[in-house]
Design a protein around this ligand. Structure first.
Ligand code: FEO
Length: 170
């Protein structure tokens, strides 16, 4: 049986993953309206991944005899300043998610809940990958600057990344 403190923390995490999914969905849609097909496909996939992160938590809480709370949807931003702005926001958001996951891992140790501790290790490695990916994308964007040809290549690169996310079945 899950302790109340752990259940509350996991339910907060469910909300955070759901809001990540909405946030990236808004970014995907915004990019699509600008004709950035590769970027939008990448962000649509990323949004799906976040939903999967949420779902995995929902199922875990219920399987442990707890009760998952399905959160209300919050309104993500409607507009973004630029492509760089999107990926800066994405990285900043992922850093917050990492903090939140680390806090849950800490709590699990304090509460001696080793089952949840083990379960959370998947999220710990996922965060490492996601932060690295966001940094790589930002580096590419900084290299490109205002170059239109570079932007075209960037969008194609993101299409490839979107495909590889699909192949990993995430
Ligand atoms: Fe599920 Fe990107 O954190």
């Amino acid at each position: 049986m899950l302790k109340d403190k752990i259940q509350t923390a996991l339910n907060k995490q469910i909300e955070l993953e759901a809001s990540s999914s909405q946030f990236y969905l808004a970014m995907a849609s915004w990019s699509e309206t600008l004709g950035l097909t590769g970027t939008s496909n990448f962000l649509y996939k990323h949004s799906d991944e976040e939903r999967f992160h949420m779902l995995k938590l929902v199922r875990f809480v219920n399987e442990r005899g707890g009760k998952s709370l399905i959160p209300q949807l919050s309104q993500p931003p409607k507009e973004f300043d630029s492509l760089s702005n999107i990926f800066e926001l994405l990285l900043e958001h992922e850093l917050n998610v990492t903090d939140s996951i680390n806090n849950i891992v800490d709590l699990c140790l304090n509460e001696k809940d080793y089952t949840t501790y083990n379960f959370m290790q998947w999220y710990v490695s996922e965060q490492m990958e996601e932060e690295a990916l966001a940094r790589t994308i930002l580096d590419k964007l900084h290299l490109i600057g205002e170059d239109k040809g570079g932007l075209y290549m960037f969008d194609r690169d993101l299409e490839t990344m979107a495909q590889s996310l699909s192949n990993e079945g995430k």
